[in-house]
Design a protein around this ligand. Structure first.
Ligand code: 15L
Length: 256
C-alpha cells in the first residue's frame, strides 16, 4: 500500500541503499532489515539480522503491509551459500510474511534467472528460466516460490527481473546501456509493484526505457510503471569496449 509499514530486506546492500531514500513517503514507515548495522532516519525503523533466521523474520514481518525482499547474495557464490542465503532465505521471508498475514511481497529477481536466453528484442518477462549460474538458479527458485505463495496462500507477489541497478551505467560497460535500471526508475517500479491493485503473481522486467533495451517493458507498464530514464545519455563515458555478447546474462557474469 502507499502508506503503512514496508519491510525492506537487504536494506544496507547496493539495491537497498539506492531504493531506501526513494521509497520514503509521508505516512509510510520503512522497516529496514540487514545483517549489517543500519542507522534509521525519520520514518524508518531498523532491525539487524539475517533473512535466513525464522525468528528474525517473524519479528521483521510483524505489523507489516508489504515486504520488498532485496536481501541475499547478489552474485555467483558456492552452491551451499546460494542454497542457504538465497533459496532458503527467500523461503524464510515468504513463510514469515504468510504467517504474519502480510498481503504483498515484491521480490528482487534478476536477469540471470534467464541469463542463458539468447538476446532478442522485447524479450517477454514471463520467459521460462534459463539460469546462467547457481545465483541465477536461486532467482528462478525465488520466482517459483513467489508463484507458490500466491497460488496456495493468496499473497500478491511481484518478482522483478532486474537488469543492472547502479547509480549510473558507466562502470557496466556496453551491456549496461541495454540492461540499466536507473535508481529513480527502480524506485518508481517498486512503488508500482506496491500499489497496483491485486496483481496476483507477476514477473516483470526491471529496466529503464533505454535506447538499447531488449527486455520488454509491457509487463511492468501494466502495473503502472513508467520509465523516465535512458542509459544512452552515458554512452560516451563508457570505456570498456567488451561487446554485450549473445546471451541475456552477458559475457562476464559466470566468471564472477
Ligand atoms: C545481478 O543480478 C547482480 O546482482 C548485479 O550485481 C549485476 O551483476 C547484474 O545482475 C547484471 O547483470 O548486470
Amino acid at each position: 500500500s502507499a502508506t503503512g509499514r514496508v519491510l525492506l530486506t537487504g536494506a544496507a546492500g547496493n539495491l537497498g541503499t539506492l531504493l531506501r531514500p526513494r521509497l520514503r513517503r509521508e505516512g509510510r514507515t520503512l522497516r529496514l532489515l540487514d545483517v549489517a548495522a543500519l542507522d534509521p532516519g525519520p520514518g524508518e525503523e531498523a532491525l539487524q539480522g539475517s533473512v535466513t533466521d525464522a525468528e528474525v523474520m517473524a519479528r521483521a514481518c510483524e505489523d507489516v503491509d508489504a515486504v520488498v525482499h532485496l536481501g541475499g547474495l547478489s552474485r555467483e557464490a558456492p552452491w551451499t551459500d546460494i542454497l542457504e542465503v538465497n533459496i532458503d532465505g527467500t523461503h524464510t521471508v515468504l513463510e514469515a510474511a504468510r504467517l504474519a498475514g502480510v498481503p504483498r511481497v515484491v521480490l528482487a529477481s534478476s536477469n540471470h534467472a534467464v541469463g542463458f536466453r539468447t538476446l532478442e528484442p522485447e524479450l517477454p518477462a514471463d520467459s521460462s528460466c534459463r539460469p546462467d549460474t547457481y545465483y541465477g538458479v536461486s532467482k528462478a527458485a525465488m520466482e517459483a516460490l513467489g508463484s507458490l505463495y500466491h497460488s496456495r496462500f493468496g499473497m500478491d507477489v511481484v518478482a522483478i527481473r532486474i537488469g543492472s541497478c547502479f547509480p549510473t551505467p558507466v562502470e557496466l560497460g556496453i551491456r549496461g546501456l541495454s540492461t540499466w535500471l536507473s535508481p529513480d526508475d527502480g524506485g518508481r517500479l517498486v512503488e508500482a509493484c506496491l500499489s497496483a491493485p491485486s496483481p496476483g503473481f507477476r514477473v516483470v522486467w526491471g529496466v529503464s526505457d533505454n535506447t538499447r533495451r531488449v527486455y520488454s517493458l509491457a509487463e511492468a507498464e501494466a502495473l503502472g510503471y513508467r520509465s523516465q530514464d535512458d542509459a544512452e545519455v552515458y554512452a560516451d563515458q563508457i570505456e570498456d569496449p567488451t561487446p554485450p555478447g549473445e546471451y541475456v546474462g552477458g559475457p562476464a557474469f559466470t566468471q564472477c
